[in-house]
Design a protein around this ligand. Structure first.
Ligand SMILES: Nc1ncnc2c1ncn2[C@@H]1O[C@H](COP(=O)(O)OP(=O)(O)OP(=O)(O)O)[C@@H](O)[C@H]1O
Ligand SMILES: [Mg+2]
Length: 345
């Protein structure tokens, strides 16, 4: 298991150096590839360190390692999936890290060369905010897409995090849609109808992530009908498993009535706090139940992760040297490696 504890992280002074003194370029993975390589090294370094190694890890060593990666940009490319993957990020429990996982995994994949689309299906619009995408009322959004008034490709905006990363934003207009959808024809498959192969070809998407609201209403059902995979973030806390059986039951219902191809492919443990025994108990309980579906990487509770959206960023660009960024990068690598090896549908 790869667990990054904040207590093992680099000194705050260094993290501060990374985040404040080297502000990210608008497109860190763009033509100025070298800059991207400096900002987004592969994770064969500090996350794998032993505590002994981390105690001698210095900003100079880090810079040297990053500089080495500038010379080997190919080491930063993640494998393309065997087939395009559409993943719904769902858990009706609120605040478990659905949005944080969506935007950071998407950014990590995009920054490493994979075309990634995020569909913000939560009226709160948190994913749109974190990806720096306009989502004021009136902005072309997923709402018009669900109504069939706008093509998904036309609603997709390029994120400031990477030109490989697109986002269909959610505006506050989406808030009434759960009710509006009830009377619509094919109300459960409005999103599926919009995510056609042709549209995704236009976007040239390798990965599509759908960020769900904290409910099992029609928006979440639309997301499950439109996807082949469900990614469930589980917070390493008491009550974490409460409500999970209801989620699993709903997934089964969608499988048997609306989308037989749907499968739970990925579980990610989030907000792990290594100081508590409880976090380990939840981790082993989830692993015992879901086995290999659970990513080896566990996302630590990290202030940097929670600060990033406030700056319209993911932690990958807000503080690329932080444990939060490194762990999401590792999780993205696991996701990408599975996608490149396995049949995903
Ligand atoms: N690894 C982390 N470390 C610290 N804070 C985190 C971490 N992951 C998420 N958070 C914070 O926890 C809160 C909830 O996270 P997030 O919004 O991703 O959850 P969610 O499941 O999408 O919530 P909702 O159900 O409301 O959509 C946010 O304030 C977020 O910044
Ligand atoms: Mg959310």
């Amino acid at each position: 298991m790869t667990v990054y504890r904040e207590s093992q992280s680099q000194p705050q002074t260094e993290a501060a150096h990374v985040s404040r003194e080297t502000p990210p370029a608008p497109y860190p993975d763009g033509t100025a590839g070298a800059a991207a390589d400096v900002l987004f090294p592969t994770s064969q370094h500090s996350p794998q360190q032993t505590p002994e190694e981390s105690s001698v890890w210095t900003p100079i060593a880090e810079e040297a390692e990053r500089a080495t990666r500038v010379l080997h940009p190919e080491s930063l490319r993640l494998p393309r999936p065997l087939r395009r993957r559409v993943m719904t990020v769902a858990n009706q429990k609120g605040g478990v890290g659905k949005t944080t996982t969506t935007v950071n995994l998407a950014a990590a994949l995009a920054l490493h060369g994979l075309r990634t689309l995020v569909i913000d299906l939560d009226p709160q619009g948190n994913a749109s905010t974190a990806l720096g995408v306009e989502h004021r009322s009136g902005t072309p959004s997923v709402y018009e897409v669900l109504l069939g008034e706008l093509s998904l490709a036309d609603a997709a905006a390029v994120s400031n995090q990477s030109r490989n990363l697109l986002c269909v934003p959610a505006t506050i207009d989406l808030a009434g849609s759960e009710i509006e959808l009830v009377s619509m024809v094919a109300r459960e498959s409005r999103l599926k109808e919009a995510i056609t192969g042709e549209v995704l070809d236009r976007i040239d998407a390798d990965y599509v992530f759908i960020d769900c609201p904290p409910s099992l209403g029609l928006l979440t059902v639309n997301a499950m009908v439109a996807a082949q995979e469900v990614l469930i973030p589980i917070q390493c806390e008491y009550y974490a498993l409460e409500g999970l059986s209801q989620l699993l039951r709903n997934i089964e219902l969608v499988q048997s009535h609306l989308n037989p191809a749907l499968m739970i492919s990925t579980i990610l443990l989030t907000m792990y706090d290594g100081r508590t025994k409880l976090a380990d108990q939840v981790t082993s309980e989830v692993r015992g139940h879901f086995g290999d579906l659970v990513l080896r990487t566990v996302i630590p509770r990290s202030v940097k992760v929670s600060e990033a959206p406030g700056y319209g960023q993911t932690v990958l660009t807000y503080d690329p040297g932080s444990r939060g960024a490194m762990s999401y990068l590792d999780a993205a690598r696991e996701v990408a490696q599975r996608g490149a090896q396995e049949e995903t549908s």
